[in-house]
Design a protein around this ligand. Structure first.
Ligand code: SF4
Length: 414
């Protein structure tokens, strides 16, 4: 039987998609590149922003028109099952905690049981997203993911290390540890993220570990051990801490649990310890109650923190969340703010890249894009080079800065 998989969403969803593909292949299914050729379509869904949700809705409608049997996997299946059933009453729902039942679901079974995502077959490439936990310990007022993925359940450390080992043996060079908040990993099972990093980093071989998004408060609680773990050369000097707003008033309304000062303290420390690293953040503009003053606090914070990467999104009210009940700001205001913040973020990102021209870094080459080979430096900057092979570790002299990446030339390795 032929299956087509279409994936939306975050690194965790992509990690789950790799598991589903691995299971289907092991059970004898063929994975095809176009829905037309498939008997079953699996749509891996995300519900964080409304625009993506609308895109997925139209895709589900389209697959239904094509007469395809549909599996709606991941967040939409758990948070918005009624909506899915309205679109296609025959759609099979596969929430995030049951994705290991993908083949059973296609084969008509419905008695799903929860199981940690370790020791499962996976499609392994040069990069692999490894979900390390499911769910979250927080209750941000705007978040629907919590509803979709539930409370924190960390996967067993030994199982994750074994999966990492196996992936490296099969040629994987970049392990991406992902979940809703990697820094809270283990608090429910008496383990911690630094422990997990140390164990994975001690696996033999040349590879890199990318630590996914962390809630700032969780990161703060383990910060010293975390920075120690980052010292390992196999760990990219990359930290993704979503600020969301620099106004403490708005942070309180979002129920984020930290202040701007606490956040800044961590970023300063990380940058002091790891020069030429990457600090990525997320900003939500036009959250209900955000006046000019609060928005300006965020703009000033961007100027002060100078993130290497900033993802700006406009507040999007999500069903069943507390923030959806609050008074929305006019769309025009939200658009202006998003435009202003995005422009500033790009300008900063370019300036940060320009500071690296003339320097030389070690980089892992990971993929081909428009005639270039694209890699990541140890500080997780994207670097484009020519005449090189994917999978190699090389030394790159940085020649040019672009808005979102660097261009360089390979130099002899000593
Ligand atoms: S940290 Fe907040 S936004 Fe992120 S998953 Fe948890 S509750 Fe949702």
């Amino acid at each position: 039987m032929k299956v087509y998989i279409e994936t939306y969403g975050c690194a965790a969803a992509q990690g789950d998609a790799a598991i589903m593909e691995g299971i289907l292949l092991q059970r004898g299914y063929e994975i095809v590149g176009e829905p037309e050729k498939a008997d079953f379509v699996v749509i891996v869904t995300c519900i964080v922003v409304d625009t993506t949700q609308q895109r997925m809705i139209s895709r589900i409608k389209k697959f239904k028109e094509m007469g395809k049997k549909i599996v709606v996997a991941e967040c939409m299946a758990s948070a918005l099952p009624d909506l899915v059933k309205k679109l296609d009453e025959n759609a099979i729902l596969l929430p995030p905690r049951y994705i290991h039942h993908i083949a059973d679901a296609i084969e008509g079974k419905r008695d799903f049981i929860e199981k940690p995502k370790v020791g499962l077959p996976r499609k392994i490439g040069i990069r692999l997203n490894i979900p390390i936990a499911e769910g979250c310990i927080y209750n941000c007022s705007y978040c629907i993911t919590k509803l979709a993925r539930g409370r924190l359940t960390s996967f067993p450390l030994e199982g994750l290390v074994k999966d990492a080992e196996n992936a490296i043996k099969k040629g994987c060079k970049e392990l991406r540890l992902t979940t809703q908040d990697t820094a809270s990993y283990g608090i429910d099972i008496g383990k911690s993220l630094p422990e997990l990093i140390n164990e994975i980093a001690s696996i033999e071989g040349e590879f890199r570990i990318r630590i996914g998004m962390m809630h700032p408060l969780s990161a703060y609680r383990i910060f010293d051990e975390l920075m120690e773990a980052y010292e390992n050369e196999k760990v990219y000097k990359f930290i993704h801490l979503p600020l969301q707003s620099a106004s403490d008033k708005i942070l309180r309304a979002m129920r984020r649990g930290y202040t701007y000062d606490l956040f800044k303290e961590m970023v300063d420390e990380f940058r002091k310890r790891f020069r030429h690293s990457t600090f990525a953040t997320d900003i939500i503009v036009a959250f209900p109650g955000e006046g000019e003053e609060e928005f300006n606090e965020t703009i000033e914070a961007l100027k002060e923190l100078r993130p290497d990467i900033t993802n700006v999104t406009r507040f999007s009210p999500r069903p069943f969340t507390e923030a959806a009940k609050l008074k929305k700001l006019p769309t025009q205001v939200a658009k202006q703010r998003s435009h202003a913040a995005s422009e500033l973020a790009l300008k900063i990102s370019y300036e940060r890249n320009r500071e690296l021209v003339g320097k030389t870094f070690r980089a892992l080459l990971l993929e081909e894009r428009n005639g270039w080979i694209v890699g990541k430096t140890d500080g997780y900057r994207s670097v484009y080079v020519k005449n090189a092979a994917i999978g190699e570790f090389v030394k790159v002299a940085i020649k040019k800065a672009k808005l979102t990446h660097l261009e360089g030339e390979i130099t002899p390795q000593h």
